[in-house]
Ligand binder design. Structure first.
Ligand code: KG4
Ligand code: ZN
Length: 341
């Protein structure tokens, strides 16, 4: 009965404001990836409202699951699927619970093994849809909630070598967006404004020396001071220049620490993932870094850099290969992270 030649995984993602289900073959081929975004419901509050998010996940989870299965041609899950996976952390507790319960229930009903996935490993694994990784690798994970430099000695191992001491990179984009009167999430719009501006304003960014950690809250404060000062004295200022100068400072901070890590750890491969990995200025900076150090770079495809279940399916496959299954009484872990090196 189980003469499968391919390993097909049904994956769920619901850690923040996207409800998603995907069907992924052999960890690198997307058969379906359905994402229902609730951004519009949170925009008027300027960020995610946890209660609203959980309710939306509940409303959408069955629909995205049915659509993902139909699109992928899965009509007999028990025969066609090898496993079911879901994100169990980090994220919002009420949101995570919806996807995790859906995944565990589906696995139980269809007698399939269940795989629990770390959302951050998911973001990094989005690169697997482009090509297979060579190890050891340095992963740069930049999202709305996290900014981490991760050492991957071998497949499916992650150690933090640097992290943010305050705001995450995406959070800084969103906060600066708010200062500039933009809608949440503001990363993409800041990137567009930056394209029409010049990076002529010097926004200081805290650089801790000799380590790989980041700090973005001082940068956000200096943008706030700049904008407030100009508004108070009714002085004109170019908002596009503010966007360009801020974006440049963020990109420089991330590449500076990545450069230090490359020199110390000598990876064979660079991986770039997370929502902020969609940023074109950041991608260009990493493409240059890759050429300069002659280290191959794999970037998460732009449309897979934000939250989606396909990346969870890609990460789940690495666990599947090692038969790392989770018990069905597993709970969510909202502050799940990797260990420091
Ligand atoms: O990974 P993600 O979808 O969610 C989390 O796991 O946090 O990341 C969302 C973050 C938001 O802060 C958003 O503003 C940022 O990614 N983002 C961008 C761009 N597209 C999304 N930041 C900068 N430039 C972009 N093009
Ligand atoms: Zn994410």
């Amino acid at each position: 009965m189980n003469e499968k030649t391919d390993d097909i995984i049904l994956a769920f993602e619901s850690s923040a404001d996207e409800t998603s289900a995907a069907v992924v073959k052999n960890g690198n081929t997307i058969l379906s990836n359905v994402v229902a975004t609730q951004i519009a419901s949170h925009q008027r509050f300027g960020g995610i409202v946890p209660e609203v998010a959980s309710r939306h996940h509940l409303e959408w989870i069955n629909r995205v699951t049915e659509e993902a299965l139909t699109k992928a041609g899965i009509n007999d899950p028990e025969r066609q699927l090898s496993a079911v996976a879901a994100t169990y952390g980090p994220g919002l507790v009420g949101s995570l619970l919806v996807g995790l319960m859906a995944g565990k229930t589906f696995a139980m009903v269809h007698h399939l093994p269940f795989i629990a996935v770390n959302h951050l490993a998911g973001h990094i694994s989005a690169a697997n849809f482009v090509k297979a990784t060579v190890y050891p690798a340095l992963a740069i994970m930049v999202s709305g909630g996290h900014t981490e430099l991760l050492w991957m000695e071998k497949e499916n191992t992650f150690q933090i070598i640097g992290t943010t001491l305050d705001d995450a990179a995406g959070e800084a984009f969103d906060k600066v967006g708010r200062i500039l009167g933009l809608k949440y999430p503001a990363g993409k719009e800041i990137q567009e404004m930056a394209g029409h501006g010049k990076a002529v304003i010097k926004f200081p960014i805290a650089h801790t020396e000799d380590d790989f950690d980041f700090s973005f809250s001082g940068l956000k404060s200096s943008v706030l001071n700049y904008v407030h000062h100009h508004e108070q004295v009714s002085e004109e200022f170019n908002r596009n220049d503010v966007a360009a100068s801020f974006q440049k400072a963020v990109v420089e901070a991330i590449t500076k620490k990545s450069r230090l890590a490359i020199e110390k750890f000598q990876p064979k491969q660079l991986l770039l993932g997370g929502g902020v990995a969609a940023n074109l200025a950041l991608r260009t900076a990493f493409e240059n870094l890759s050429k300069e150090y002659k280290i191959e770079l794999t970037e998460a495809p732009i449309k897979l850099s934000g939250d989606n279940a396909a990346m969870i399916g890609a990460a789940a496959y690495l666990n599947y290969k090692q038969r790392l299954f989770a018990p069905l009484d597993l709970n969510v872990d909202p502050s799940l992270n990797f260990a420091r090196m």
